[in-house]
Design a protein around this ligand. Structure first.
Ligand code: 1QQ
Length: 381
């Protein structure tokens, strides 16, 4: 493992404040005591993402504290943003300066990370996105990480698989124009559609919080596309799918990461049938690690984990293992260990970072069938 990154921390007392107020710094015989902040959406129209993330984190925390008993003691301080950038910034400031966390997990939305990531970066505190999929997240700075597969990888994977199967000629796009993730996903969808030689016959947008999409969908229906590409969070995205089917749109529908939450099925009902998305996590995966995770999660929470729970679980595991390599709860040493992550085998797949700390990983293409997502290759129509 080497731990080579530590060499760069010229005079480790520089990162002293990171360990203050955290009980043992880990150099004594006791366990490394690490307080981690989690900045999540736990209320409002996108709360199901944060709830799944908190479930994944709590399960990981308990398992890791048991597995590394005597070596590592993790504690998580949760902050709810309600999806608001201002709240994310305030939460990050509080966690860094008052709670003196060694690292922050989240925030849930890319938009929140673009707002709050710079604060953590300036304060030399590792901030680790578990669901940020927009382009440019890692460009915020060297203390910013994510294990969530960028849409620039996931969307083209899904669109190419769908194109190979259904041979679309025309496409329409609709997206939330005031959310960074949705805008970034829309740009990737448009670029990929052009690369695949599709003619774009309609392009529409809306705002997060909107509930009436009939004007946009009337235009889209008139254009009669072969595929409708939707870049949105689950609530608005699922309402668009529902309305599109009510209006009789015949197009196949393909969505981005926002659709990777079971709320989609609750909101869209039967209209979700056939919806295509890309995800790095599938609870069906024939892998003992994934199956053990799914079983333990179901036993604890009474439902299957979604991708957000899985990436949260992996995110805390990565931080815990990096803390053990760092040897103490120190922000700079932890950052250096995180930057060296290679071939981590998580429940949401294998993970390494490229030189810009972007995750290198693979997406599975899934399709909605009978109220859940199944691999596209497993269906015949
Ligand atoms: C982002 C996303 C959202 C779907 C997270 C919930 O991928 O904001 O980047």
């Amino acid at each position: 493992c080497g731990g080579g990154g530590a060499k760069e921390s010229s005079g480790s007392p520089a990162s002293g404040p990171a360990t203050e107020g955290q009980g043992s710094g880990g150099e004594a015989a006791g366990p490394i005591e690490a307080k981690i902040g989690a900045v999540l959406i736990l209320s409002g129209g996108a709360a199901a993402y944060g709830e799944a993330q908190r479930s994944g984190l709590e399960m990981a925390k308990d398992e890791l504290n048991e597995k590394y008993a005597g070596k590592l003691k993790l504690d998580i301080v949760y902050e709810d943003t309600g999806g608001k950038k201002e709240s994310a910034i305030n939460a990050v400031n509080k966690l860094i300066n008052e709670d003196r966390v060694v690292a922050i997990i989240g925030p849930t939305l890319s938009a929140e990370m673009f707002a709050a990531g710079p604060v953590a970066n300036e304060n030399e505190t590792p901030i680790f996105g578990i669901s940020n999929t927009a382009e440019g997240i890692n460009d915020i700075g060297p203390y910013v990480f994510r294990n969530s597969l960028p849409e620039s990888i996931a969307i083209p994977t899904a669109m190419k698989a769908a194109q190979n199967r259904y041979h679309f000629k025309t496409a329409a796009l609709i997206y939330a124009n005031n959310d960074d993730f949705s805008v970034s996903g829309y740009k990737t969808m448009k670029k990929t559609a052009e690369e695949l030689g599709l003619e774009i016959v309609a392009e529409e947008s809306f705002a997060v919080g909107d509930v009436d999409f009939s004007a946009q969908l009337t235009n889209i229906k008139k254009a009669d596309p072969d595929v409708l590409l939707i870049s949105a969070l689950y609530k608005e995205g699922a309402l668009v799918v529902k309305k599109a089917r009510e209006m009789g749109l015949r197009a196949r529908i393909l969505g981005g990461n926002g659709f990777n939450n079971p709320k989609v099925f609750e909101i869209a009902g039967d209209a979700a049938e056939g919806l295509i998305v890309a995800t790095p996590f599938s609870p069906e995966k024939n892998d003992p690690k994934v199956q053990a995770f799914v079983k333990a999660y179901e036993a604890r929470y009474g439902k299957k984990p979604d991708q957000f729970a899985a990436q949260a679980y992996d995110g805390l595991t990565i931080i815990a293992e990096s803390l053990l390599k760092a040897g103490k709860a120190d922000r700079k040493l932890l950052r250096d260990q995180l930057a060296e992550l290679k071939d981590f085998e998580g429940v949401s797949g294998k993970l390494s970072f490229d030189e810009r700390r972007n995750p290198i990983g693979e997406a599975v293409v899934v399709v909605a069938k009978g109220g859940k997502y199944v691999p596209l290759e497993s269906v015949s129509d």
